[in-house]
Design a protein around this ligand. Structure first.
Ligand code: TRP
Length: 454
């Protein structure tokens, strides 16, 4: 047995470090790359309203539930369910989480690799003077290439593995604490520039004026999936992080702060992107390429845009990194604690096997573009299936577990730190996890399947 197994478990060493690491997991490409194009494709303002409802009514309770399970058991998701429900099939949720982590990294690393390419393009000043069409051609050309997207993906995976190898405190806390606030500042500057573009106000109305006729089964499912994805919930990342949270921290407050910060960043990203989309006449249906086309266009219009774009893409890559480490950690913790592997071997094995499949996702617009199902390539399939299916299904079972299986006394004990903080919200919380959240998730699926209305 590895000697590390005998040492006390790692934990976050300060409150700020803990929030920063958890927010670092939540805030990533989901907010800055995925939220804008998904919101754009699904009706803008109406999507935002549904999204916010899901964050508040389902997301925060699921996040609290994951923290409860993780901190109570001090285990990875799979081991956590085995410990709380011995001999029962609940461990399958943990198992599904490990699988979801694997699948998310397959497409996530591809996009993270794109951010590295765009750091490089910033340095060589490649955006200068390009029209929107030219920037689109540039992005498409890169993504269709057979080497570069793959190479960057592998580089990114290696970076992630390297940090995960350094362990929890030294690896994760140290970097996020400094860099996330800088990213936030840069996004706010981008917002100011975007808001002062001529013709930008149309973009704001698009994001903030809901047109509810745009809502259908697909948009509602996309909003639910995006809420889960952006908050890092539904697959046990936050069970794992919960296991590193110290006994004296307030789990509900942590969930609330992290969720609000995450939502705030997504909205700020939207406020930068949509005014620019309208001001520059960029095709809002640019899908996965949207922010990689719009952002360079904004940088062009800024004094010091060269330095700015360089810094921005570096920090975006860092934001992606603090997310990928939290996802890889789920797979590694499972290998170490359940399969009794040494941490180093576990990390390398996970990174290599994810990259091996990830190569096909990275080549989804290149040589693997013929590998499609229902008209979607491998990247799009893993993206859709994990975000819109695996995460909400995982979340469904997590709230059912807390609401119906785990003794309410245990949940109350964790949320109140053994009675030392008041939890007047507890009955409401229990009502949500028992009824509201699982029923809402089930209804979203039924609605999407067209079982009622549409
Ligand atoms: N939330 C992260 C983002 O927005 C991605 C992420 C990290 C994630 N850990 C996760 C998504 C766990 C789902 C589950 O970029």
């Amino acid at each position: 047995m590895d000697h590390k197994d005998l040492q006390p478990r790692d934990s976050f060493t300060s409150k700020f470090g803990m929030i920063a690491a958890t927010a670092g997991s939540a805030i990533g490409l989901g907010n800055i790359w995925r939220f804008p194009y998904i919101a754009g494709e699904n009706g803008g303002g109406a999507f935002l309203v549904v999204y916010l409802l899901f964050v508040l009514g389902i997301g925060i309770p699921v996040m609290m539930s994951e923290f409860v399970i993780g901190r109570r058991t001090q285990r990875n998701p799979y081991g956590a369910f085995k410990k709380l429900a011995p001999g029962k099939p609940w461990f399958l949720i943990g198992f599904m989480g490990v699988g979801a982590a694997f699948m998310i990294l397959i497409f996530y690393n591809t996009v993270a690799g794109w951010t590295l390419e765009y750091i490089y393009q910033s340095v060589t000043n490649a955006f200068e003077g390009k029209t929107s069409e030219e920037l689109t051609t540039m992005f498409d050309g890169f993504r269709e290439g057979s080497i570069r997207p793959l190479l960057w993906m592998v580089v990114f995976m290696a970076l992630t593995a390297w940090i995960v190898l350094a362990g929890v405190q030294k690896g994760i806390e140290k970097y996020t604490k400094i860099l996330m606030p800088i990213l936030l500042a840069l996004i706010i500057i981008l917002d100011i520039r975007a808001l002062t573009l001529p013709g930008g106000s149309e973009g704001l109305s698009f994001l903030f004026k809901p047109d509810f006729s745009k809502i259908n089964g697909k948009t509602v499912l996309e909003a639910l999936g995006q809420a889960f994805f952006s908050l890092s919930i539904g697959m046990g990342t936050l069970i794992t992080y919960g296991s590193y949270i110290r006994r004296k921290e307030n789990l509900a407050n942590t969930a609330l702060s992290v969720s609000l910060a995450d939502t705030f960043v997504a909205i700020l990203a939207g406020v930068a992107i949509f005014p620019a989309v309208f001001a520059f006449g960029i095709d809002p249906a640019s899908e996965e390429g949207l922010v990689f086309i719009v952002l360079p266009k904004i940088f062009q219009q800024m004094p010091g845009g060269y330095i700015f774009s360089f810094m921005f893409f570096i920090l975006l890559a860092v934001a992606a990194l603090t997310s990928t480490i939290s996802i890889l950690e789920v797979v590694v913790a499972y290998f170490v604690e359940e399969l009794k592997m040494v941490r180093k071997k576990a990390t390398i094995l996970a990174a290599v096997s994810i990259s091996a499949v990830g190569i096909f996702a990275a080549a989804s617009w290149g040589w693997a573009s013929d590998l499609t199902l229902f008209g979607s390539n491998i990247f799009q399939l893993t993206n859709f299936a994990t975000v819109n299916i695996l995460l909400p299904v995982g979340g469904f079972f997590i709230v059912i577990f807390i609401g119906w299986f785990l003794k309410a006394r245990i949940t109350g004990d964790e949320l109140s730190n053994s009675g030392s903080i008041k939890v007047r919200y507890l009955p409401t919380f229990m009502f949500i996890v028992k009824f509201i959240a699982p029923i809402a998730i089930a209804l979203v699926f039924l609605y999407k399947l067209g079982i009622f209305g549409n």
